[in-house]
Design a protein around this ligand. Structure first.
Ligand code: C2O
Ligand code: CU
Ligand code: CU
Length: 489
């Protein structure tokens, strides 16, 4: 009897240790929260289940399929989803963990998964025809890699990306740092996206991508935070929160504001930045991330709307109204007084660019005879572009020069870079980035060190309609044959 009881308890402990998302490395399993019970209930993301008992191996299943979800209240919407939800489940691992994702494609079309911002080996980067074959309907593919960096990342398909991301395929990928100072605040992941819906809640595919739509980029008419329209967060005034914010929209820029509040940004695309900076809005171009400390301070019972504020990303982008994307309801309790925040600094040495190879990359548009257009880099669309090249160990300095009436958030796979200047001025703080916004008529200069992992890596605009329209190329890192031009996105 005793033996059975013990083994049963052991089994329960083992099962919950490997399936409980709050276990081991998870930062959410901290001291009991002071926040109201179920404070983030409306914003909860499903958490990917770890099926591997080894604490340093995270193994899970992801399936892409057509699913019916409720985005507008009471109306089902048929979307593309990972494991049936939009966003897909959040993957939470610790720095240094090995991640094994058994991916199955149940969509009616081919797809892949790209681990945006994670410095993965080339053969699991998810670029079809380059790092792997497309995963055809009914097929599977196993992604297996070690996560070298702590930070906030995400995953999404890399085939017909604008359509597939726009239909609901994206999810957050959080890599915790076991050495991070404790109590940065109660943690929340906020996956920002938008979707085009008809009034009866169906995916609106009538915008099939005419020249104007593609050049502006398609923005959905419904703004979502963790897949919800204007969800409610219940919070305690004075108690700090640590937000991991991801812009997973295919085109939309996010500028979030809360009247009377600032955000202390301490991490970006590639983990912690040099020192925290106080900002009055959170601005994220498509695919960028920010980690901020936010402390609501208002009277108990007050509601703080979180507003999307138009951001000037080029022609016609500001002639729109603000949208309330989320609201924070403060508990009817005396405000809390937090202990001081631990110091949040990181030493980031500037890359040595004294012998760097310099490259000018003009972001260009060619109008074609049939009334359509192609975007490109240095006048060449992706499908005709020979790869750029870097030797292993080489440092390069790239200047993106924008010749088009819209901003372009340029994203490099596989490597972090440092921004040297934006429109002639150095950025206020040093950080590791994988995406940088290039302004209208602007010039942005970055430095990147191709230190390891030779192979073919992608460079593209993360307005996915722009990438699909040709603003994309490959970077061949290492010796040997650079191979063909990039495939169509
Ligand atoms: Cu999120 Cu090729 O990118
Ligand atoms: Cu990427
Ligand atoms: Cu662009």
């Amino acid at each position: 009897m005793h033996w059975r009881r013990w083994s049963w308890l052991g089994l329960v402990a083992w099962i919950s240790a490997c399936s409980d998302p709050g276990s081991s490395s998870d930062a959410k399993a901290q001291t009991p929260s002071l926040q109201p019970v179920d404070w983030d209930g409306a914003l909860k993301l499903p958490i990917a289940e770890d099926l591997n008992p080894d604490p340093h191996v995270f193994e899970t299943h992801l399936t892409a399929s057509i699913a019916s979800v409720e985005l507008l209240e009471g109306l089902p919407t048929e979307v593309y989803a990972y494991n049936g939800s939009v966003p897909g489940p959040e993957i939470r691992v610790a720095k240094g963990d090995r991640v094994v994702v058994h991916f199955t494609n149940e969509l009616p079309e081919a797809t892949t998964i790209h681990w945006h911002g994670v410095r993965v080996p080339n053969d699991v980067d998810g670029v079809p025809g380059v790092s792997q074959p497309p995963v055809e309907p009914g097929e599977s593919f196993t992604y297996d890699f070690v996560v070298p960096d702590a930070g906030t990342f995400w995953y999404h398909p890399h085939m017909r990306s604008s359509e597939q991301v726009g239909a609901g395929l994206y999810g957050s990928f959080v890599v915790t740092d076991p050495e991070e100072p404790s109590d940065l605040g109660d943690e929340l992941s906020l996956v920002l996206s938008d979707i085009d819906l008809t009034p009866d809640g169906q995916l609106d595919t009538s915008l099939l991508g005419g020249a104007t739509e593609l050049l502006f980029g398609r923005e959905g008419n419904v703004l979502l935070v963790n897949g919800k329209v204007n969800p409610k967060l219940e919070a305690l005034s004075g108690r700090r929160q640590r937000w991991r914010v991801i812009n997973a929209a295919r085109t939309r820029y996010y500028q979030l504001a809360i009247t009377g509040h600032d955000f202390l940004r301490f991490a970006g695309d590639g983990g912690m930045i040099e020192r925290p900076v106080l900002e009055d809005t959170i601005v994220l171009a498509p695919s960028e991330r920010a980690e901020v400390i936010f402390t609501p301070s208002a009277d108990p019972g007050a509601t703080l709307p979180v507003r999307w504020v138009p951001y000037d990303r080029g022609f016609g982008s500001t002639v729109r109204d603000e949208v309330e994307v989320m609201r924070i309801e403060l508990a009817d309790r005396a405000p809390h007084v937090d202990a001081p925040l631990p110091p949040l600094n990181r030493v980031i040495e500037p890359l040595d660019v004294s012998s760097a190879t310099e490259l000018l990359l003009e972001l260009t548009q060619n109008d074609l005879e049939d009334g359509t257009f192609a975007l490109g880099i240095n006048g060449v669309p992706s499908w005709d572009a020979p790869p750029l090249h870097a030797d292993l160990g080489e440092t390069q300095v790239w200047t993106f020069k924008n010749t088009i009436d819209f901003n372009h958030p340029m994203h490099l796979h596989g490597f972090f870079f440092q921004v040297l200047s934006i429109d002639g001025a150095p950025p206020s703080v040093r950080e590791w980035k994988d995406t940088v916004d290039v302004h209208v008529d602007g010039e942005t200069t970055i430095a990147v060190h191709f230190d390891e992992r030779p192979g073919m890596w992608m460079l593209h605009c993360h307005i996915l309609d722009h990438a699909d329209s040709g603003m994309m190329t490959m970077v061949h890192v290492g010796d040997g044959d650079p191979g063909p031009a990039a495939p169509k996105h």
